[in-house]
Design a protein around this ligand. Structure first.
Ligand code: ADP
Ligand code: MG
Length: 390
């Protein structure tokens, strides 16, 4: 990944710039210099691949700093962030002499910054960075078990696969993930979106509620109005911040998988599509698959999960697999007693309580996390592959 540093007039604006860089998900922010504090890198190794320099109204000190960086590392790309939409020819000349290659007018448009960084990543022949940490869980329709799967998958990613996992509760109008884990979060995704101008991984971590399994939760809406003026583009920027400090980001999208969510869906390593074996649910799932394909998302990323599975479902499911040309990734048994008990007690499903269901959720987590599977002999009670039928 390209490394990025920022040079600013004060710590507050360099933190804001660094946060904006982190939210692109394209580069790794590594350095922050405050011109007032003076110090800067002293060797080539200390200069990142890309440096954003805020030049302000008096460009002399920032441009001097830029020239020093350029001297240490002539192939670093220095971008001047300027308060002018159209810098004067004088300023352009001075900047060029100091090694500045690009101008970015302030206030910075996050999309323009993203495009600029994307271009740089391509120019340098670096592979497009794919954070590959986001797992979206979406239901074919309401009530099919999307939140149950999202919450328990996140718990298994943390517990069984030992991954640092954050769960985004994007249930709309209301989010239920916090309730299922008996958490009393102080903040929701709204706080993250509202502080995007300075949201970096440090601030983000302060907004999370921690469950005893290790899963950290960015809570959902406790009031439908919290969704007012929240855009999926803004949520995608928050996800990029989360991806920079967690191994896995699980997002419970409930049944809201529409093209409006494309900026989030395109970030996903896998999209888990939860459905039940009945006509309305499978009909909706088929439409959801066509929608995702029409957004250019590869079918290789889709994982169909059939919840409340019974042996008698196999015939219609085989026909469905043929029709959509996709295998079913996991079949989760119906376990009304244990699931309701867990929901009402605010606990995640645990082994000993609902073994079949937990084994399959754990297998799903291990498969997604790429954890090598132990042989069934070693595990004793494990029922083998989750695609197996019991
Ligand atoms: N495998 C299962 N066995 C039994 N009950 C389940 C199962 N999965 C989900 N449920 C129950 O079904 C209801 C809907 O689940 P939920 O996860 O809230 O669905 P959604 O998020 O799709 O609306 C809840 O009461 C939940 O406890
Ligand atoms: Mg739900």
């Amino acid at each position: 990944m390209l490394t990025v540093g920022v040079v600013s007039l004060d710590t507050k604006s360099s933190s804001a710039l660094l946060a904006m860089v982190q939210q692109t998900g394209l580069v790794q922010p590594i350095a922050q210099w405050d011109l007032m504090a003076g110090a800067g890198p002293t060797s080539r190794a200390g200069v990142p691949d890309v440096v954003l320099v805020e030049i302000g109204r008096d460009p002399s000190a920032p441009l001097e700093f830029a020239a020093r960086l350029n001297h240490l590392h002539p192939s670093a790309c220095i971008i001047a962030c300027s308060p002018y939409q159209e810098p004067s020819s004088d300023l352009l000349m001075q900047a060029m002499r100091s090694g500045v290659r690009e101008f970015l007018p302030q206030p910075i448009d996050p999309m323009v910054l993203r495009e600029m960084l994307e271009r740089l990543v391509k120019q340098r022949g670096m592979p497009q960075p794919e954070a590959e940490k986001l797992v979206v869980v979406a239901g074919s329709k309401g009530g099919v078990g999307t939140t149950t799967v999202a919450v328990n998958l996140a718990v298994q990613l943390a517990r069984a696969a030992g991954k640092r996992t954050v769960l985004f509760d994007l249930g709309r109008p209301l989010g239920h993930a916090g309730l299922l884990l008996d958490l009393e979060p102080r903040f929701s995704f709204r706080a993250a979106v509202e502080s995007l101008d300075r949201l970096d991984s440090h601030l983000f971590s302060g907004l999370l509620a921690i469950h005893k399994s290790g899963v950290q939760v960015l809570a959902g809406a406790a009031n439908a109005d919290e969704w007012d003026r929240i855009s999926p583009v803004a949520i995608a920027r928050v996800i990029n911040v989360a991806q920079s400090s967690f191994d896995f980001v699980v997002a419970d999208l409930d049944s809201n998988c529409s093209s409006e969510w494309a900026p989030v869906l395109r970030l996903a390593r896998v999209i888990i599509l939860v459905a039940e074996t009945n006509v309305p649910s499978l009909w909706s799932l088929e439409r959801q698959l066509s929608l995702l394909r029409s957004l250019g998302i590869s079918s290789q990323r889709f994982r169909i999960v059939i919840n409340r599975w019974h042996r008698a479902d196999e015939e219609p499911l085989e026909a469905f697999e043929k029709r959509v040309k996709l295998p079913i990734f996991a079949r989760l048994p119906n376990d009304f007693r244990q699931v309701s008990k867990a929901v009402n007690m605010g606990t995640a499903l645990s082994r000993g309580q609902s073994d079949h269901l937990v084994s399959r959720l754990r297998n799903m987590a291990e498969e997604i996390a790429g954890v090598p599977r132990e042989s069934p002999g070693k595990r004793g009670t494990i029922l083998g592959l989750f695609s197996s039928k019991s």
